[in-house]
Write a protein that binds this ligand. Structure first.
Ligand code: FAD
Length: 385
């Protein structure tokens, strides 16, 4: 049995299941094949008011991480890239919500909620991905401004963003306390967004390098107090991770749906493949893993909604993200196997699920890093262990 949902959440789930079948299913393969940003899907999400889901009622939202997970799961079951459009918007939202001043919230959150503004977050650099505290981009104080210099990689959505939250180091130390986040608005002099990265998965939402050459940002655009940037990023990731887990649940469910359809229509050795016990057990194992993952994700999302934070939320979110995205990879791999050679062919959708699943084990903290967080919180030890 799955975590119980409210009537409103069930209604949302039903509506999205219908929308995904009618509007996303005809587009999913083409978005992946062309690797073009799905502007039509972005407009559909705006029309349905889905960007608002995690926002409070002040912004017309449901204030619900669980509802956000349901949306990402249902859309991601059919089209990973469309679900990704929600997620890339919600990570900067979590950061501004967690660490922004009232003025910053008033300036940026309404646009993010409606979709009138798009955003991205940029932490990763060539020499430091998992090790956030190892970033080298500098923010030098100059009166009431900061001047940013450095280079970033893998900034997803940057090409379509009105502003980007850029992590930069103030001061000379290399401790997490010197990492800060700055809101860099599109068109700011000195900011260059590079060409999109060719990717094997998540192909519809581009990831690009950023080059910051004397980018001047007012102190009004620093998120939170100086020195709190690292903490804000970590808190934002803790809140966003159940949603990444939901992408894993949706992907795994979609891969299993395709696998069941395929084995139900394929024969070998004079019988239906779906009647063979070895095949039936593979499908049963998929269902077991997906059910466990869904419950972990809903549990972590409910913890966000209940206001749980700090170490407890970090552990729950890391468990949910890690298990759900490992499940996505396992289920997608087994689903390709069940398709036989057809699993490798572009004629069938299943290899898309396989490629997208791999991305999930790497983004928003790799699954090794999730295991480090879990182990640290239950055994103790340093941030590097
Ligand atoms: C599709 C995609 C979109 C992305 N979008 C964004 C974005 O919008 N913004 C952004 O800032 N970044 C983004 N990233 C970057 C992503 O966050 C990093 O790739 C990720 O954090 C891992 O960093 P890395 O690639 O440098 O790997 P590294 O940190 O170099 O790690 C290499 C390997 O070593 C392992 N490893 C590292 N440290 C440890 C440790 N202490 N213990 C055990 N294993 C360890 C890692 O798990 C990994 O397997 C994106 C990446 C992808 C693939």
């Amino acid at each position: 049995m799955t975590h119980s949902l409210t009537a409103e959440q069930v209604q949302l789930q039903d509506m999205l299941r219908r929308v995904a079948a009618e509007r996303l299913a005809p587009r999913a393969a083409a978005i992946d094949a062309s690797a073009e940003y799905p502007q039509d899907m972005f407009e559909l999400l705006c029309e349905l008011g889905l960007f608002r889901l995690p926002f409070s009622a002040d912004y017309g939202g449901m204030d619900s991480s669980l509802a956000s997970c349901i949306a990402v799961e249902e859309l991601g079951r059919i089209c990973y890239n469309t679900a990704y459009l929600l997620v890339v918007q919600w990570t900067p939202f979590s950061a501004i919500h967690a660490g922004g001043t009232p003025e910053q919230k008033a300036r940026f959150l309404p646009g993010l909620a409606s979709g009138a503004q798009r955003a991205a977050i940029s932490v990763t650099e060539a020499q430091s991905g998992s090790d956030v505290a190892g970033i080298r981009t500098r923010a030098r104080r100059d009166g009431k401004d900061y001047v940013l210099n450095g280079a970033k990689i893998w900034c997803t959505n940057a090409l379509f963003s009105d502003f980007i939250l850029v992590a930069a180091r103030t001061g000379d130390g290399d401790t997490p306390g010197t990492v800060n986040l700055f809101i860099v608005e599109r068109g700011t002099k000195g900011l260059t967004i590079g060409r999109k990265e060719p990717k094997m998965g998540a192909r519809g939402v581009p990831s690009s390098p950023l080059f910051l050459d004397d980018v001047r940002v007012s102190e009004d655009n620093r998120l939170g107090e100086e020195g709190l940037g690292f903490k804000i990023v970590m808190e934002a990731f803790n809140k966003a991770r159940p949603v990444i887990g939901a992408r894993g649940v949706g992907l795994a469910q979609g891969a299993m749906d395709h696998a069941i359809e395929f084995v139900s229509n394929r024969r070998a050795f004079g019988q239906q493949i779906s009647d063979m016990q070895g095949i039936r057990w593979m499908i049963a194992d998929m269902a077991i893993q997906i059910s466990a993952a869904r419950n972990l994700v809903y549990h972590a999302a409910s913890a966000v909604d209940a206001g749980i934070s700090g170490r407890e939320l970090a552990t729950l979110s890391a468990i949910a993200k890690c298990h759900a995205t490992d499940t996505a990879m396992k289920v997608a791999t087994d689903a390709v196997q069940l398709f036989g050679a057809a699993g490798i062919s572009d004629e069938y959708p299943i290899n898309r699920y396989f490629r997208d699943a791999k991305v999930l084990q790497i983004v928003e903290g790799t699954n090794q890093i999730q295991r480090n967080i879990i182990a640290r919180n239950i055994i103790g030890g340093s941030r590097k262990a």
